[in-house]
Design a binder for this molecule. Structure first.
Ligand SMILES: Nc1ncnc2c1ncn2[C@@H]1O[C@H](COP(=O)(O)OP(=O)(O)O)[C@@H](O)[C@H]1O
Ligand SMILES: C=C(OP(=O)(O)O)C(=O)O
Ligand SMILES: [Ca+2]
Ligand SMILES: [Mn+2]
Length: 662
């Protein structure tokens, strides 16, 4: 191909075939001696590219002037404060056999220029040179409380499977595990926990001894310290300032750090300055397995809680929900010790200050129904109920997003933007548009976002005593009514039972729903015997005059396979009528077997669906299914019949009588 360049700057590939296309002008002037200047911009204030890049970022100023923190009356310099912080992190990462923390330094190792020079390696004990192993010679870089933008960069650069979706969320994969592993949870049984905790049949607390915990802790710490860099989050749990817990999360992935940034309460820069020693520490070495030769291990996954040491170790699972629910378990131990009830529930508040709690197992609607455009969101999953009212434990929400639709759940849809972690979703390769119907990776696709991403979030996330306590069950048998009003004994019966029945999965051949009973609608997280929480709930509901409700967000018109799931729009109408007080005034009738009080009419919902028997074409099948479920409830409750609930002997009797009768 010939260069047809000519003196006037015209440029084409072939002069002869030049037809309709305009000539491309590369010089505006005819005078070749005039230097072409780039229009009006002033020149950059840099002599070199490095200098130019150094101009790009500035150190952000704290939101309030840094007060000089005094330690024993002595002012602490910023340098000293940074050193103390690093010392605290090094102490967290200390091997318990060597009793020394790793050498730690702040900043991304890939950006050496930004990493402060280390004058003195941080050791809190002097180690004789003879004892030093290779690991003692290396530095571990600490990426401390990074911002979402920084964590995005880390994830995209270093973690395979990290992408920015079209709405700005960070799509990520949680690896082989896409849900929690309750069978791999272990709790240290020692003097601290022996008498307090619920052990044995039905308990989620599978025991391990202190020594085994230390072995797993060492394994996790060694793994983390072997890395070039680890992420450290220092954050809070519980919006009740008097019962706030300081948590530190040490993890190997930006995904985990961003997840916890979103899910825990984010400290202000000032609060961070005074953070000090954490009350509880998570060591998340999820990419590294546990050693199956270790006593008590039954798989390569282990989630270990040591309440005396106030530590949790995660090995062999990267599912981020494990961290949030692990901390929830810790709160289920710490809070009742302070006479505060911890609850696996969502919570919202009306304009008049009326608070509702939404209990329910995974997938029953806590997040969906507490996120209500007409009400203030206090939280979607974990709360405390103290003498002062309710408080959210967390700073974020964790929504299921399978089949998420903008029209049905606009607030959750709009929260999936920059900063949100989107786990295990499938997206279109080019547009990065998420297909929320795609279950290729898992059905348990999730979005974790800070609570303020919901426009009507109530900040601070606290509220007065609840007026309504709504128990959600997704009944795939299709026999529980869409809504029932419960008396206190019934509320306790259903709270202790903790029933739901989801369809087992999407695999072929699974037609039968399986009933799940999970005490207190969260047996996987409770630490004490269920009757302890039940007694506290009964006392609080009685004292504050709260009404209990049972809402079936599951099947209607038949079981899974023949019936269909109750429309979300109808469930919302039901919930609206509970909030407004309209349902309290409705006319009621009693159902057979379960003895539930059901309304005969309700605005916005077809009356015939209020009594499930009307919706089943086959009445015998309905009766058989009802009796079958009643039998399952009865069998499940057998283990609780020997327990007293609270100090009121009558209540225990009433609760036992509040179950199905046939
Ligand atoms: N009638 C209904 N009520 C509540 N949720 C429903 C209903 N029908 C379908 N769903 C879907 O069920 C799921 C409930 O999940 P979620 O609210 O995240 O549960 P939880 O927070 O209790 O784990 C959501 O995906 C929601 O869209
Ligand atoms: C994160 C979880 O909570 P939920 O499904 O109740 O939202 C979970 O159970 O793993
Ligand atoms: Ca931060
Ligand atoms: Mn939820």
């Amino acid at each position: 191909m010939a260069w047809n360049g000519v003196g006037n700057g015209e440029f084409s590939f072939d002069n002869k075939r030049r037809t309709g296309l305009p000539k491309i002008q590369t010089q505006k002037t005819e005078d070749e001696n005039v230097v072409c200047h780039d229009d009006s911009a002033t020149p950059v204030k840099a002599q070199t590219l490095d200098e130019l890049h150094s101009l790009q970022k500035k150190k952000s100023a704290p939101t309030t002037p840094i007060k000089s923190p005094h330690v024993f009356g002595v002012a602490v310099s910023e340098e000293e404060r940074q050193k103390q912080q690093l010392q605290s992190i090094s102490a967290s990462l200390a091997s318990l056999t060597r009793e020394t923390g790793p050498k730690v330094v702040k900043g991304d190792p890939a950006r050496q220029a930004e990493t402060p020079k280390v004058q003195q390696p941080l050791h809190h004990h002097h180690t004789p040179a003879l004892n030093i192993s290779d690991s003692g010679l290396k530095f571990t870089h600490i990426l401390y409380n990074l911002s979402p933008a920084e964590l995005y960069e880390q994830a995209i650069k270093y973690e395979k499977g990290s992408f920015i979706t079209s709405s700005g969320a960070l799509a990520t994969l949680s690896g082989a595990k896409t849900g929690r592993s309750p069978r791999d949870k272990r709790v240290v049984r020692d003097e601290t926990t022996e008498d307090d905790l619920w052990w044995g049949k039905g308990s989620p607390n599978i025991e391990m001894d202190e020594q085994t915990f230390l072995i797993n802790r060492e394994r996790a710490v060694d793994y983390l310290c072997s890395l070039e860099k680890v992420f450290v989050n220092d954050q809070f749990l519980n919006w009740d300032p008097n019962n706030r817990i300081k948590v530190r999360i040490v993890s190997a992935r930006a995904y985990h750090s961003l997840f916890m940034h979103n899910m825990c309460i984010r400290p202000t820069p000032e609060e961070l300055e005074d953070f000090g020693t954490p009350d509880f520490t998570i060591y998340n070495a999820g990419q590294f397995p546990c050693n199956r030769y270790t006593h008590y291990m039954t798989s390569s996954t282990s989630i270990d809680i040591n309440l005396a040491r106030r530590e949790m170790v995660i090995l062999g699972t990267q599912y981020a929900g494990e961290m949030k629910k692990g901390l929830f378990g810790v709160m289920h131990y710490l809070m009742p010790k302070r006479q505060i009830l911890s609850l696996h529930s969502g919570c919202n508040m009306g304009k008049e200050g009326d608070v509702a709690l939404f209990f329910g197992l995974s997938g029953t609607g806590k997040t969906t129904l507490s996120t209500d455009h007409n009400r203030y969101l206090i939280g979607d999953d974990e709360h405390c109920w103290s003498d002062h009212g309710v408080s959210n434990i967390e700073g974020g929400c964790y929504a299921k997003c399978i089949d998420l639709a903008r029209e049905k759940e606009p607030d959750i849809w709009n929260a999936i933007k920059f900063g949100t972690v989107l786990e295990n979703v499938v997206f279109e390769d080019h547009t990065r548009e998420v297909d929320y119907t795609d279950k290729s990776v898992t059905e348990n696709t999730r979005a974790a976002y800070p609570i303020e991403y919901i426009p009507n979030a109530k900040i601070p996330c606290v509220g007065p005593h609840p007026k309504n306590v709504i128990l959600l069950a997704c009944d795939a048998f299709g026999v529980l009514p869409p809504v029932s009003k419960l008396n206190l004994a019934q509320t306790m019966y259903h709270f202790i039972s903790g029933y739901t029945a989801l369809v087992a999965g999407t695999e072929d051949g699974i037609k039968e729903p399986t009933a799940t009973f999970s005490a207190c609608f969260g047996a996987a997280f409770i630490m004490l015997h269920p009757t302890k929480y039940a007694a506290m709930l009964a006392e609080k509901m009685q004292k504050h005059g709260a009404t209990g409700w049972l809402v079936n967000t599951g099947w209607s018109g038949g079981s899974y396979g023949s019936g269909s799931r109750i429309k979300l729009a109808y469930t919302r109408k039901i919930i609206d009528a509970i909030h407004s007080g309209a349902l309290l005034k409705a006319e009621y009738k009693k159902t057979e077997v379960f003895g539930l009080e059901i309304p005969t009419a309700l605005e916005g919902v077809p009356s015939e669906i209020l009594d499930p028997v009307n919706t089943w074409p086959d009445k015998k099948a309905h009766k058989d299914t009802l009796l079958k479920l009643g039998g399952l409830f009865r069998k499940n409750f057998e283990v609780f019949t020997n327990y007293k609930i609270g100090s009121d002997g009558n209540l225990t009797e009433e609760i036992l009588a509040a179950g199905p009768n046939f």
